[in-house]
Design a protein around this ligand. Sequence first.
Ligand code: F6P
Length: 308
Amino acid sequence: MNAAIRAVTRSAIYNGLQVKGIYRGYRGLVTNEIVDFKNQNVSNIIQMGGTILKTARCQEFTTPEGRKIAYNVMKQHEIDALVIIGGDGSLTGARIFAQEYDVPCIGLPGTIDNDLYGTDATIGYDTALNTILEAVDKIRDTATSHDRLFFVEVMGRDAGFLALNGAIAAGAEAAIIPEFDTKVDQLEELINNGFRKSKNSSIVLVAENEEKGGAMHYAERVKNEYPQYDVRVIILGHVQRGGSPTAYDRILASRLGSAAIDAIMDDQRNVMVGIVNDEVVYVPFSKAIKKNKPIKEELVNVLKKLSI
Ligand code: F6P
């Protein structure tokens, strides 16, 4: 996020624009937490996790009254265009706001979940993936030494990108992901396919799942149905959302932030900036939010083949 804030600020100044930092997202628009941003405001932040602008959920902005206040505050500050960095909630807000008021809004995909359509990667995803990898590498030491089965729960509210690619990168045995929840009983499939046939220890990455209960749910099932396994659960939680960003994320955020200002200079509006096949693309909000980003079958097969 900070690399994106830096890129937007500096590219805007480079183009002769004035920049204001809005604190806590839409909440700062409603509560008037807005300050002038100069070059120095974004010095020394590219390596920092989190966001110097802070973030918050804003119930008020989901109402027409709240958005009206936000618009008035914006006008008071003579703000002509907005750059919004966030996931589908933030971009949905931008889309509605842009429809109601004639404000050019440019979105940057900022979520560790990687679940926005129209971009190969979202800002933060690679860093989270590397954090997962580091954690699983460490968990593996106990799994192997004690011959245990570990269920490691990772984030990704409704998306299995972190779990699936985390599993491939960490050499885990399987990933249980929401995309397949309605299709098959993934645990049963694992067991039936001879899961742990030739191994004494195993690691399964599970994407969090509010309805089912994620890793806990699967661990309980295994404990009941297969008592021979020595099962443990790790929930990585918000560890995945912190830390210094990877080189990939910093470059992605820098490119997208710079492209957001290009979009404003070109009078584009109401699009999310993404990267597809290493080229910058502009995607209408409606597509980025509404279309489901598919999980590649090829990745599922790679994991299956390599975990025998
Ligand atoms: O949307 C990003 C995300 O990291 C999800 O994967 C996760 O479910 C959620 O945020 C956690 O949000 P909170 O910090 O509000 O619990």
